[in-house]
Design a protein around this ligand. Structure first.
Ligand code: GAL
Length: 337
């Protein structure tokens, strides 16, 4: 009798609590399906053949401050780029080190002494290639370039092609946005991080066109993350305070290379003035759910970068079309409002 009651209670609990939706607890240690903390910082998401792929910076080992730096330049050895896969955005399986760092050649862009940050991957339907763009820098951040790598498979291994200063411009924090018509755009903090640029990539996504637009001029914004809602483009950014959090802002445009209008902080709720102690990385469109987005951010731990965590929150548009990122201790896709 006791056993039957326990079984019944278990079934009731499963029915009541398991809604089948992914569940997020922002800021908590996020373990992959084998129980290891997900190591994919400053990341981005690719959706391909019914699977989400999460690419991010591998931050492993001791954190130290670069000697002689006048700012809080904390770093770990560049660990390359990890790739995880998931069907539901909650349960992630480690796939691979999609782009490996170089341990031998100090002149190589991917040498462990360098900076490898904010990887973003898109799929090119014309060439059948997966293309990764990322921020490549020297440890004092004076190199300020964008690197590109390609692969035939989403999990890599990606082959590094090289790095550029797009149209001769400095390039640090970045993201890639792929539009519905297949055109792809590189958003990058430029001009000593004072001004953001948006540059249309060539059709193969491997190079920059000369369509390079300066936006948010002298507003000193970084950590760009972009989405499209109701045919308008939304760009979320942070201020420039290194690993320390600050207030986010967003900008809107009707035409991606047109005029961008800057607005104030889209975050709501406790600690919204520090983006909930985090910094934007990417906006994930939830597949199969029209106009559902997830704001993906990094809660950096600057003196122990490996212990940095993730803050994923629902990004919703209110009836006036204004984006809002609302703090939740815990939430589920589909039940966020
Ligand atoms: C942040 C940037 C990070 C990383 C860090 C280094 O401002 O968003 O990606 O570059 O500075 O201090």
């Amino acid at each position: 009798m006791k056993n039957i009651s326990i079984t019944l209670l278990t079934i009731i609990c499963i029915l009541v609590f398991n809604t089948g939706y992914a569940q997020f607890i922002p800021g908590q240690v996020w373990k992959d399906v084998t129980g290891n903390p997900v190591n994919a910082h400053g990341g981005g998401i690719l959706y391909h053949h019914n699977t989400y792929y999460w690419y991010g910076e591998i931050k492993k080992g001791p954190t130290w401050r670069v000697p002689g730096s006048t700012w809080e330049n904390y770093r770990v050895n560049a660990g390359g780029v990890s790739c995880y896969s998931s069907k539901d955005l909650q349960h992630w399986a480690f796939e691979s080190v999609a782009l490996s760092p170089d341990k031998a050649d100090s002149t190589n862009d991917l040498y462990i002494d360098k900076v490898i940050e904010r990887p973003k991957v898109i799929f090119n339907r014309k060439t059948g290639k997966f293309v990764m763009w990322l921020h490549i820098d020297s440890k004092d951040y004076s190199y300020a370039r964008s690197g590109v790598a390609v692969s035939d498979r989403p999990e890599g291994p990606f082959k590094y092609v090289g790095s550029v200063r797009p149209n001769g411009n400095m390039a640090r924090d970045m993201t890639i946005f792929q539009d519905d018509n297949g055109k792809a755009y590189h958003f990058y903090s430029s001009e000593e991080n004072s001004t953001m640029h948006i540059c249309e990539l060539t059709d193969d996504y491997l190079a920059h066109s000369t369509n390079d637009k300066r936006i948010l001029i002298n507003l000193s914004r970084e950590a760009p993350a972009v989405c499209k809602y109701n045919n308008r483009y939304y760009l979320f950014t942070s201020g420039c305070t290194g690993w320390s959090p600050n207030a986010a802002s967003y900008a809107v445009a009707d035409n991606i290379l047109g005029d961008w209008k800057q607005y104030d902080n889209p975050c709501r709720g406790i600690d919204s003035d520090s983006t909930f102690h985090a910094q934007s990385a990417y906006v994930i469109p939830v597949q199969g759910k029209k106009n559902e987005f997830i704001f993906m951010a990094d809660k950096w731990n600057k003196t122990d970068l490996e212990a940095s965590r993730y803050v994923w929150l629902p990004l919703v548009f209110n009836s006036a079309g204004k984006p809002e990122i609302i703090w939740k201790n815990e939430w589920q896709i589909g039940l966020e409002k």
